[in-house]
Design a protein around this ligand. Structure first.
Ligand code: SF4
Length: 394
């Protein structure tokens, strides 16, 4: 049995409570994906690999960042949950297992989904616009968002999803082969497949490929610091600016995520933030005002923040999609507070998906969905007034 040190409830109890509260049925794991593009990239090599060994017969890879305790128990020190795991049991994320006092990752080299995505889909708006990323995910997540759009894999045990067998060097070769500029670790939570992320990023670096992590930010400082030299960018999903929301909706904590954001900003790694707005739950002007002030004081005005539209999903199908007016209101509050690059997301063709120069107000990147229609930045500067536009542009 795994427990967290602060006594937080386990995944099963949290989801059971959520299902009762929401009064809605949970779709079975066999439910066919609406996001068919999860499985968009399967080339001959992958098809052959899919036929190879099942997960259970794969060679296990010892996990990083855990401490051995008495009686074959271990304490995982990868994320702030700090699971204590007894022999033959798994941590909360369900992808790390204690076998005779040694902790293993069960998903190393076993992505359950790969795809080639526009980088704007992650979303990154100030990082190599118009480029593509070789995206991958394994099963598992360390938090339990009731609105998760990828719950079929994030809330699944590895044996419940179809997985491929791809070494880090094969991932890097595939990314190069498909002319991607980055490898993106995304869809589920890269923290729980940390060892695989690290080794793929190292293999990518050897070939001149960047790595970009799309994360909930719920990770401890030491593993994050060790990963940073191998990354080029990170996007953090800040779920809310309220601990109550983190407890009630995500079964997690706010402060470690804020700490991650501050650490990333200090490190100099390119950082963008996404704030998914759920009607009535985290969209009040007061909350956006507090969030904007925190961003300005702690990480400055130049970190892009994307206020994105929620679509009813998983355990929160009782909520409507986010009204566009709420997203525009959040954008304007952020702007008034001095944040230079707020965005509205998941609203096709909206003018607030474009980038405006903070000095001359010119439209310097025009987007249409995931496509770049205009790019007026040269050597990191606005082509009209010369103002520095922060980001990774080449
Ligand atoms: S990474 Fe997984 S096992 Fe480790 S502390 Fe977090 S939830 Fe627990």
């Amino acid at each position: 049995m795994s427990t967290s040190l602060d006594g937080r409830i386990n995944r099963r109890k949290f989801i059971e409570a959520a299902t009762i509260c929401a009064g809605c049925a949970v779709l079975p794991l066999g439910f066919s994906y609406e996001r068919a593009d999860f499985f968009g990239l399967i080339n001959t090599a992958l098809a052959e690999n899919k036929k190879k060994e099942a997960l259970t017969s794969s060679k296990l890879h010892e996990a990083l960042f855990y401490k051995k305790l008495q009686n074959n128990r271990i304490e995982c020190q990868l994320c702030p949950r700090n699971c204590t795991v007894t022999d033959k049991e798994r941590g909360h994320c369900e992808v790390r297992e204690n076998r005779d006092g040694i902790y293993y990752t069960l998903v190393y080299g076993n992505p359950c989904t790969t795809n080639i995505d526009p980088i704007e889909k992650k979303p990154f708006f100030h990082y190599l616009p118009g480029s593509t990323a070789f995206s991958l995910a394994t099963a598992g997540c360390n938090i339990d968002c009731k609105f998760c759009q990828n719950w079929q894999i994030s809330q699944a045990r590895p044996e419940a999803v179809k997985s491929m067998k791809l070494s880090p060097s094969e991932i890097a070769d595939l990314a190069i082969g498909y002319n991607c500029q980055s490898i993106a670790y995304t869809y589920s939570e890269p923290t729980v497949f940390y060892e695989y992320v690290r080794d793929c990023a190292i293999e990518g670096q050897k070939r001149g490929l960047n790595s970009a992590v799309i994360s909930n930010g719920f990770i401890q400082a030491e593993p994050l610091n060790e990963l940073l030299p191998h990354l080029k960018a990170m996007k953090v999903d800040l779920k809310s600016f309220s601990q109550k929301y983190y407890s009630d909706i995500c079964n997690a904590d706010l402060q470690p995520v804020l700490d991650t954001i501050k650490l990333l900003k200090k490190s100099g790694l390119w950082l963008e933030i996404v704030y998914l707005m759920l009607p009535t739950l985290n969209d009040s002007p007061q909350e956006i005002q507090s969030l904007s002030k925190w961003i300005l004081n702690e990480i400055g005005p130049d970190v892009p923040i994307h206020f994105t539209r929620f679509h009813p999903e998983y355990l929160l199908t009782n909520l409507p999609p986010t009204p566009v007016e709420s997203l525009e209101c959040a954008y304007e509050i952020a702007k008034k507070n001095g944040i230079n690059f707020p965005y509205v997301g998941n609203v096709y063709g909206h003018r607030y998906e474009n980038t405006y120069c903070p000095k001359c107000q010119a439209e310097i990147i025009v987007r249409s969905g995931f496509k770049i229609q205009k790019l007026a930045i040269t050597e990191g500067r606005c082509e009209l007034c010369g103002r520095n536009i922060p980001g990774v542009w080449s």
